[in-house]
Design a protein. Structure first.
Lengths: 564, 166
């Protein structure tokens, strides 16, 4: 496809949309699809047909709109006659197929259905800044034309036609974008390292092995806007000189896999993937590789072993993938969200991107806000927003009148942040300083009904199960820590166990081979730091301990031996 | 084990083996296609048994030890036939915080099935998922592929009871 053809598709789509009065958008992501949203779409389609409105009303399936807890969501967009006018949208929540007649009748009369209406001036909508998710929930993820109509693939044309690979990297560096997988390594720097290595074969990997329990940002991006990720990957490949790419995605995400496969085929047909992309002297192909349920495969060296068809065991670094990655070749590996940020940076410039966020953490971050919070779902906020704003304003606070206790970020590698730090800005450095991490973006709110020891135990069980077993500190250490946490949970622990637990945290953190082991103690360390009382309350006093010992001998302390 | 480059014959006349063979052909019978192939086996047969391991090992020229190693390493691959119904209980953090640990315990106790196991009458298999990514609907259980969300304690127990009757 040439640039002219691209613009022609865009114009065509705009004209087609101009014929319409209303766009009825039904969320079809995993969350809403589980609540029967496809039947809702079918019922709406049926009603539109019966009311003879097909000419002016279009019903389409779109990606995630964010507020997953109130799904299925249906958005009614009144098509604007004047270009550039602010969008006029209505959102309906918890829609069932039975609601379809009322909704379509509402379109004809211009009166919204009040009982289903969701107020759009809620902080959940107004406090977010959608950059990466701008088109999620607005375009049909199964049509490349929808993506193109919203300016898709223009960044690719700009990069290929007007910029050298070095200039692309320069722009990404200027933007201050950092790895969204959790580590926060500067993306521009990583790209530069790979670009500098001389090799006839380089690989590019998109890490979509979103293993953190309680996180679904990558799934939503892949399901809602797959072409955005592909475009980011192609630009990345152009910048570093890679000619073969892989998307490593969890097998647990069947819909994301399906949409990504479809998008890759469409991009190939349009000439965005393959030989001599857009007429430039640059070739790049993308293949999907399925994960098979191993958390450790989110670690880059383990992920590469898995792509090679082996067990997902990590290896020591250096050499880093930039020097020796997949099959020993230089490899660029970035997270889904990182790639999804790239087209915007190229199109609008790195400086514009860097205007959002804090000094060291630029841009926006997507979080999966879940747990004991009213508005569970997917949110995108500028870096530097405080945890309080996220939880109480966007999240709508804690349900059932309970008290906030902690927020867990970063999954099994992260920590729990207590109430006194709610005003901490969300950025890489601030969260690390509190003993947690940004992580890939899971944010789980915990209320006062949960025991923090049980939360730590839950994560330790996870790390213990998911440890690949290659290095001893992680394999044995996590199992030992889990046993100790069980003792605490059961109220059987002693002062010595507490010391042992702290020693093990230190040992596992400092001597494990990969990130899984090095960060596995974080949930324990952070709960020990902020909720030590709970641990202390579970420790047996010496007399109780001796009591247990004495009972084991058939005698309680102080008890006179009874003669039978 | 054959190492002279000849491909082994299909283990039986079962047509599903052709699907497995097709998956290997797509990857040019290269060892790197091992995980894809095991996915194909599991999809076709529901589990990966010894015959499949041997066939894949010979076709891709990967040592049987490595095929077994990979199969057991990844949670996705099952090495025993699954029951008529499969109940997946999500144990992701959001589901855990909202009480799915109790649902898991309930199913284990009530139906006498352990996590990853199948009842002796081959009716029900129980799987504990890491996270299915539908955290907005937590707690989530998946009954024969249908995602059921937001049900706690009594409600989810009743739903499972009803579902097993069908």
């Amino acid at each position: 496809m040439t640039n002219e053809e691209l613009l022609a598709v865009m114009e065509q789509e705009r004209q087609a949309k101009g014929q319409l009065k209303y766009c009825v958008q039904v969320c079809s992501s995993t969350g809403c699809a589980s609540s029967n949203s496809e039947a809702v779409a079918a019922a709406l389609q049926q009603q539109v047909k019966e009311a003879n409105l097909q000419e002016t009303v279009q019903v389409k399936l779109v990606g995630c709109m964010g507020l997953c807890a109130l799904g299925p969501l249906v958005e009614i967009e009144r098509v604007q006659i004047q270009p550039g006018a602010p969008p006029d949208v209505l959102l309906y929540q918890s829609v069932t197929p039975a609601d379809a007649p009322d909704i379509v009748a509402g379109l004809a009369s211009g009166q919204p259905v009040r009982r289903l209406r969701l107020e759009m001036d809620d902080p959940f909508f107004t406090r977010q800044t959608k950059v990466v998710l701008a088109q999620a929930g607005r375009i049909d993820p199964e049509r490349i034309e929808d993506y193109i109509a919203e300016g898709g693939y223009q960044a690719l044309f700009k990069a290929l036609a007007e910029m050298t690979p070095a200039e692309v990297i320069e722009e990404v560096s200027k933007s201050g974008l950092r790895g969204r997988g959790g580590g926060g390594y500067p993306t521009g720097l990583k790209w530069n390292t790979v670009a500098k290595v001389q090799s006839d074969q380089k690989y590019l990997i998109c890490n979509a092995d979103e293993g953190d329990p309680g996180a679904f940002m990558d799934r939503s991006i892949l399901e809602s806007d797959p072409h955005l990720v592909i475009e980011g990957m192609i630009i990345g490949a152009y910048a570093v000189g890679a000619n073969k790419g892989y998307v490593y995605v969890r097998a647990e995400y069947p819909l994301a896999v399906k949409r990504m496969r479809q998008a890759i085929r469409q991009a190939e047909r349009a000439g965005f993937l393959g030989q001599n992309i857009c007429g430039a002297d640059f070739s790049f192909n993308v293949e999907i590789r399925l994960g098979a349920g191993a958390f450790v495969c989110g670690e880059e060296t383990a992920l590469m072993a898995s792509i090679e068809g082996r067990r997902g065991a990590p290896r020591p670094r250096p050499p880093y993938p930039a020097a020796s990655g997949l099959w020993g070749k230089p490899t660029l590996i970035n997270n889904v969200e990182t790639f999804a940020n790239v087209p915007g940076i190229i199109l609008n410039g790195g400086d514009a991107y860097a205007r959002v966020g804090t000094e060291k953490s630029k841009g926006t971050k997507i979080f999966a806000l879940t747990g004991k919070v009213n508005h569970t779902g997917l949110i995108e906020v500028p870096m530097g927003v405080t945890l309080r704003e996220v939880i109480y304003e966007i999240g709508g606070g804690i349900p059932d009148g309970r008290r906030f206790k902690a927020v867990q970020t970063g999954g099994p590698s992260g920590g729990c942040i207590p109430e006194q730090f709610l005003d901490t800005p969300v950025d890489y450095e601030s969260l690390s300083a509190l003993g947690s991490i940004m992580g890939s973006g899971g944010m789980i709110v915990i209320d006062d009904s949960s025991s923090m020891i049980d939360v730590a135990k839950y994560f330790m069980e996870f790390s213990k199960e998911e440890s690949c077993g290659k290095c001893v500190p992680c394999r044995v250490g996590t199992a030992q820590m889990y046993d100790l946490l069980c003792k605490f949970s059961a109220g059987e622990a002693t002062e010595f166990d507490l010391r042992l637990l702290e020693d093990l945290c230190d040992l596992v953190r400092n001597t494990s081979l990969c990130g899984l082991g090095q960060t596995a103690p974080n949930p324990v360390i952070s709960t020990l730091k902020y909720f030590r009382d709970e641990y202390l309350a579970k420790i047996k006093k010496p007399e109780e301990v001796f009591g247990v010992a004495a009972r084991a001998n058939g005698r309680a302390p102080g008890q006179v031996e009874q003669t039978a | 084990m054959i190492l002279d480059g000849r491909k082994p014959p299909l283990p039986s006349a079962d047509k599903r083996w052709r699907l497995v063979d097709a998956a290997m052909r797509r990857n040019g019978y290269r060892p790197q296609g091992l995980i894809e192939t095991l996915h194909a086996v599991q999809e076709a047969f529901g589990y990966v048994d010894d015959a499949a391991l041997r066939f894949v090992s010979q076709s891709l020229q990967v040592p049987p030890s490595q095929v077994l190693g990979v199969t057991t390493f990844y949670h996705q691959f099952k090495m025993k036939p699954q029951g008529r119904h499969t109940c997946v209980i999500c144990t992701g953090t959001a589901c855990y915080i909202k009480g799915n640990d109790r649902a898991l315990e309930h199913v284990q106790k009530t139906y006498g099935v352990s996590v990853g196991g199948t009842t002796p009458d081959k009716e029900l298999s129980l799987v504990a998922a890491r996270c299915v990514g539908a955290c907005g609907l937590a707690p989530v259980v998946i009954l024969d592929g249908v995602v059921v969300g937001k049900l706690v304690d009594e409600a989810v127990q009743a739903r499972i009871r009803e579902w097993l009757k069908t």
